[in-house]
Design a protein around this ligand. Sequence first.
Ligand code: MN
Ligand code: ZN
Length: 276
Amino acid sequence: MDKSVFLEDMDAFAYREALTSGEAIVLIPVGSLEQHGPHLPLGTDTILSTHFAAAVARRLGALVAQPIAYGYKSQQKSGGGNHLSGTTSLDGASLIGMARNLVKSFLNQGVRHVVFINGHFENYQFLYEGIDLALEELGITPGAGQSVLLLSYWDFVSQNTLAQVYPDGFPGWEIEHGGVLETSLMLHLEPARVVMERLVDSPAAVLPRFDRLPVVPERTPPTGCLSSAAGSSAAKGALLHDQVVDDLALDLAGELMGELAGVPAWMSSSTVCDVA
Ligand code: MN
Ligand code: ZN
């Protein structure tokens, strides 16, 4: 059996050994416990970010830390809303605190680079803030050897992949919650955790350009999904997964392992925005 990339499987001595090179990279998956419609589990965002982290870690020889399995409050326009039961969230201060604590611990232990692999849209800025506060407290300045990277995996989906996954036109990341992207990835990676018979093919949510608090619950479709997952398939999931892992591994290797050859991957790749 291959050696596990997960810290939870390693003993402390093997971990310390891995740190002795001074080049260790630790990936931290971040997700949520959030309703994803009738056909996907509450842990979808955490499950997917952990899969991406593990696949990339195997390519880079990096390690994967325990995921942050709760996320910042689900918002109506990107996750259906925090009012839906099943969705169990952290407030901003808590998520900032978790990111800050993890960055400080890993960098203090001698990890060279920490990379947050985010799988829940609403988390991003709170992770950013936690990282920034930790670096400030540690006194790590530009040019120091240690660094922290933050990314959301869907930002690595290429235009070419999008065209193949959405032959009838891409509906937009902002309503992709519980839709074709997450359902296809789950069908590819965790088929036993998807119940396709429960999938409801309903029209995409129509949401205002503003956020209203408290939310108007009726604006979230009864399924909790913001777009239909009809048309999802394991084949689309495999395409999405493999392309994202390729690009992600290439970008991280170039950025963190000095394998820059010519134009960095991120300069030539197309970036497409939000979700999950
Ligand atoms: Mn989410
Ligand atoms: Zn999601």
